[in-house]
Design a protein around this ligand. Structure first.
Ligand code: ADP
Ligand code: MG
Length: 288
């Protein structure tokens, strides 16, 4: 049977916007060794804005943005949302002949006989597009049409207000290591890692690479310590399911992530992980 104190802990957590799906997860929160964060939508707001457009000589800003908007019109990735917002016009979806979203890469569409690719350097490399790789502290979205490179769009995101304090508080309550995994570029990943005081950052990862990194971090932790993964869920369901404790941001997060997670943070604030660990420690004192 489940000791009564656990119900108090789970109930208390839910009042703080933290949904814990079982007393075993509350108990496990007492032994957190490593907290692994996704970047976009988890430590950053996931609200991107287009800050710059750089067309190649034959193209215009408006042209590039239009291609990108069409390519992103079926995506609910935060990058897609920012491009559609910057475009500001209605996308005529009847023109779209085919559409494919490639997780961790971008999108591929065909409109009126034109093949459009919109995504990161990985997508351009994989499709053998001759483009110029750009290093920037913003997220770069490259655009090509009919295999010709057209230019790029720079998109900026900001860190959440409480990310930095959440990471330092985790350290002060005994978490040994904090890590960020991101599909974004090395330049962006390292900038955010430094800004927030994370111990390690791994960049340019595909969803499947995130599982592999988690398994590597599992080998490095203390034997009985628990591994937490925190994600907003867009593409993160496999790694959420693989962690000892998978925590999803419930506000921005996808249904798949909420399903795969053991704990859901309804307010999307990373500091709620600190709150959850504190509740777990108080509950243990009452139960045992
Ligand atoms: P993170 O790991 O930071 O949460 P994701 O795994 O969601 O990021 O995406 C990783 C990278 O893949 C993004 O930084 C972006 O470069 C690219 N990407 C993914 N989806 C899209 C999309 N719909 N449009 C453009 N780029 C995308
Ligand atoms: Mg994400």
């Amino acid at each position: 049977s489940i000791p009564l104190g656990f119900f108090g802990g789970i109930g208390g957590a839910s009042k703080s916007g933290i949904l814990i799906k079982g007393s075993n997860y509350l108990e496990a929160l007492n032994n957190v060794d490593t907290v692994i964060f996704d970047k976009t939508g988890t430590l950053t707001k996931g609200v991107f804005n287009v800050v710059e457009i750089k067309p190649q000589i034959k193209y215009t800003n408006e042209g590039i943005l239009e291609y990108a908007a069409y390519a992103e019109s079926y995506s609910n990735h935060p990058i897609a949302t920012s491009i559609l917002k910057a475009y500001g016009k209605v996308v005529d979806k009847n023109k779209i002949e085919s559409y494919e979203e490639v997780p961790g890469h971008g999108t591929k569409v065909r409109i009126d006989g034109t093949d459009i690719l919109v995504g990161n350097a990985k997508l351009m490399d994989r499709e053998n597009i001759a483009y110029d790789k750009v290093e920037s502290v913003g997220t770069i979205v490259y655009v090509s049409t009919n295999r010709e490179y057209c230019g790029y769009i720079v998109i900026a995101d900001e860190v959440k207000e409480d990310s930095e304090s959440a990471i330092s508080s985790l350290k002060s309550i005994g978490v040994k290591k904090t890590v960020m995994l991101t599909g974004d570029s090395k330049t962006v990943g390292e900038k955010v890692g430094k800004q927030l005081g994370l111990d390690d950052v791994y960049s340019e990862l595909l969803p499947i690479d995130k599982v592999e990194k988690l398994e590597l971090l599992e080998l490095q932790k203390s034997p009985r310590g628990k591994l937490v993964f925190v994600g907003d869920g867009i593409n993160d369901a496999p790694v959420l399911a693989r962690a000892d404790i998978g925590i999803a941001m419930g506000g921005l997060g996808s249904d798949a992530a909420i399903e795969a997670a053991d704990i859901v943070i309804m307010t999307d604030e990373p500091s709620k992980i600190v709150t959850a660990i504190k509740i777990a420690k108080r509950t243990r004192k009452i139960v045992w």
